[in-house]
Design a protein. Structure first.
Length: 346
């Protein structure tokens, strides 16, 4: 079992690796006092200790100034590590205010095992090389290496049609004042194109390696908040938070139950009547999709069964069933638009 020192050291090293510049720990108690030397030696500056007790604000713990949670945003804190073995769960449950301020929250003790999605996409991003643009060869009915490999710098640049997806699917949902949710931004290929057209963009991503690639591409622009999730998880957002949401190239990789779980949560966090858009179904009658399926069968024949990046067929009839159960209206346009049927609050 790792000790508190080892856990805190690893958490701070990971935050430094992913580019955090100002970190705070949450909890001005014995746990933090005992880690004073770990915090002092952190590779990323620990600029504050957050505590809920207003009487402690302005004091010091482990030699660091204590601030209340509501001051973390103005103190320029980008990430918070909960420093408590006894109260981690309660502090985790109250993290919404920090997340709303664009601050990521990390815990030391309860770290659920990585899902196969996380492992798979981390692996993809880690092993990605910039010479992998594929093109569909209609004659051969298969994917071949494209002649043009220019402009491929980050994982995902090899996937086509970012401009089209943004212009035709996402832009119609936005106003300059919109607060928007993206599921699965990957390296930020779509994110960077959407951000200039809304007020705030919150992106939830399961792969730390993809988040690192996103930060290499976009840096930390104002208005963009990236949240690392462990699973299908929007629990950090309050009800009725978002004006619109979208997800490009993600739902075709999710298992049915996880599509259902995301739709269930999305309906909660979207404002009444707001829309969520995905780009396509995965349809066995489309040659590319059918080809991907046969390739997958060949992979399993060759002993490679657990590819989390694989495509699943999503038919319109299944999505309609989900919509009926969960209170969405489905609109078929160029992509698929789900419009929340949630009644406005009275
Ligand atoms: C094919 S990539 C698409 C990335 C981006 N939307 C684009 O079009 O460039 C799928 C992304 O979804 C992320 N992802 C997979 N499962 C997820 C989940 N359950 N929650 C959030 N993100 C997830 C992956 O880590 C990966 O970055």
């Amino acid at each position: 079992m790792p000790t508190a020192r080892e856990r805190m050291t690893a958490a701070l090293a990971e935050l430094a690796r992913f580019g955090a510049r100002r970190v705070a720990v949450y909890g001005a108690g014995r746990h933090t006092e005992l880690l004073a030397d770990v915090l002092a030696a952190s590779p990323v500056p620990v600029v504050a200790v957050i505590d809920d007790d207003p009487a402690r604000a302005g004091g010091r713990c482990a030699g660091i100034e204590i601030i209340p949670p509501q001051a973390a945003g103005t103190a320029g804190v980008e990430a918070v590590v909960i420093s408590s073995d006894a109260h981690e769960e309660q502090i985790w449950g109250r993290r919404g205010r920090l997340v709303d301020a664009g601050i990521t929250v990390h815990r030391l003790y309860h770290r659920p095992a990585a899902t196969h999605y996380e492992q798979g996409w981390d692996h993809y991003a880690r092993h990605w090389r910039p010479d992998c643009r594929l093109a569909w060869d209609g004659r051969e009915q298969g994917w071949v290496r494209a002649a043009d490999q220019s402009d491929i710098v980050h994982p995902g640049d090899e996937w086509a049609e970012a401009d089209r997806a943004v212009e035709r699917l996402i832009r119609p949902l936005l106003t300059p004042d919109s607060v928007v949710l993206e599921i699965g931004p990957g390296s930020g290929r779509i994110t960077g194109r959407v951000l200039p057209h809304c007020r705030e963009l919150h992106a939830v991503e399961i792969s730390s390696e993809m988040i690192a690639a996103l930060q290499r591409r976009l840096g930390s622009p104002p208005g963009l908040h990236v949240v690392k999730v462990q699973d299908v998880d929007l629990s950090m957002f309050a009800d009725d938070t978002f004006d619109a949401a979208y997800s490009i190239g993600v739902f075709v990789h999710l298992q049915m139950e996880d599509i259902f779980r995301y739709l269930r949560e999305l309906r909660r966090v979207l404002k009444p009547q707001a829309a969520f858009v995905i780009e396509t179904v995965c349809d066995p009658d489309r040659p590319r999709h059918w080809h991907n399926f046969l390739k997958r069968v060949a992979d399993i024949d060759a002993g490679r069964r657990d590819d989390p990046c694989r495509f699943h067929f999503i038919s319109e009839s299944i999505l309609l069933k989900f919509c009926g159960h969960l209170g969405w209206k489905m609109e078929l346009r160029e992509g698929i638009r789900f419009r929340s049927l949630k009644p406005p609050a009275r």
